[in-house]
Design a protein around this ligand. Sequence first.
Ligand code: HEC
Length: 150
Amino acid sequence: MIKRIFVCVGLFSLLLLFTSSQLFAQGDVVKERRKLMKSNIKAYKAIRKAVKAKDFATIEAKAKVIAANMEKIPNLFPEGSTSKNSRAKAAIWKKWDRFVRGTKSNKEVAEFLAEAAAAKDGEKVAILAKGVDCKSCHRSFRKKKKKKKK
Ligand code: HEC
């Protein structure tokens, strides 16, 4: 009998641990992906500046950052993960394939851009830099910013 109670308590605390770690993970993953998006925007801006300055080394490095970030995006959007501050739309999980495809095509463009920059091919760089497309995913899958009430 005592043994059974122990097993029960054990299972119960395991369950508790599991659910709370999931809750914890959800807030965390939103934070994590916003951090990643911030690194995206930093890299993106640096590229635009570097294209003007023909600073190929920076373009190559930052394009690689974006390519690596794109690869991480799907894992940072586990099904249903939102929070009070998150702007992720539920459409992400309804149209998951399209969402993932967006990260893949962007990753490819960023990789081509890195290659073109390594080859110091200014013409190609200019075209590919414009091809890095952050907006279409945001348009479909990110909510508009909440207007701040005055
Ligand atoms: C496949 C879809 C997708 C792609 C591609 C994508 N984003 Fe995002 N981005 C999102 C979603 C969804 C959010 C909202 C996440 C949230 O609030 O939970 C977001 C949020 C952001 C934010 C706001 C972060 C914050 O502080 O809340 C920035 C900045 C951003 N993205 C920049 C970029 C840039 C720059 C690129 C291109 C290099 C990019 N994103 C590519 C889906 C994408």
